[in-house]
Design a protein around this ligand. Structure first.
Ligand code: 6GU
Length: 233
């Protein structure tokens, strides 16, 4: 079987993969061969004797900067003559969301570059097709960000989600947060399940869920509703 989608990650810590994405939905898809994931050690592409991949910043300042040569050489070697887009994981990138995850999932192969240190030499941007951040906070390296991206993207690859996991009404698919969910018991420590959910009236349940989605989104993430308007404009 040839995989529906392949991820190659260039990292200084290849042993951290697959980590938490080796279990669950993505783990199963990796096992079945529907997805492929390979982590490559950036240090193997450091040509110099000391296998140095970082250096001090021009102009001074704290920390170290990832050198361009090892990254260029790794990307060229791993990509070969395929058209796989290069995705740089960096806190200065475009913030990952549902739409971007969906877009990335349309490629059969992605090359992810997970950095460490204070950042990448800016010239590395010239081989990147995407620069992606996973949110407005700083991580010490791109590995966790790469795992988050792989999981979010994989859910959009046909066959990765079983029938059990249906993606259709997940939060963000509709542009809104998902409605609240309940399971048994109908009352727990005085906290009750809304009557409508026990009523068996499918149309009323559907309307209740729609209304709860909207209310919750308005309260917690009003900017999502603005984005929705923007898309239909
Ligand atoms: Cl992609 N990398 C790092 N180092 N920090 C981040 C991030 C990425 N996204 C959010 N914070």
């Amino acid at each position: 079987m040839t995989a529906a989608m392949r991820f190659d990650v260039i990292t200084l810590f290849p042993d951290t993969f697959p980590g938490p994405i080796g279990i669950g939905v993505v783990g199963r898809a990796l096992q079945s061969g529907l997805l492929e994931l390979e982590a490559h050690n950036l240090r193997d592409y450091a040509g110099n004797r000391h296998r140095q991949v970082d250096d001090i910043p021009y102009g001074g300042g704290p920390g170290m900067v990832l050198k361009p040569e090892p990254v260029f050489s790794a990307v060229r070697d791993i990509r070969g003559d395929t058209a796989a887009p290069v995705v740089l994981l960096t806190p200065t990138g475009r913030v990952l969301n549902h739409a971007l995850a969906e877009e990335l999932a349309r490629h059969p192969r992605l090359l992810l570059v997970a950095g460490r240190y204070e950042g990448f030499d800016e010239r590395i941007s010239s081989i990147a097709d995407y620069e992606v951040s996973i949110g407005d906070y700083v991580l010490s390296g791109g590995e966790l960000a790469a795992m988050v991206l792989i999981e979010a993207v994989s859910r959009h690859v046909p066959g990765v989600l079983g029938d059990e996991d249906s993606a259709g009404d997940d939060s963000f698919v509709t542009g809104m947060l998902e409605h609240p969910q309940y399971t048994r018991p109908p009352e727990f420590e005085g906290l009750k399940v809304p009557d409508v959910l026990l009523s068996g009236h499918h149309e009323e349940i559907r309307r209740w869920r729609e209304r709860m989605s909207l209310e919750r989104t308005r309260e917690r993430r009003p900017e999502l509703l603005q984005e929705m308007k923007g898309e239909t404009r």
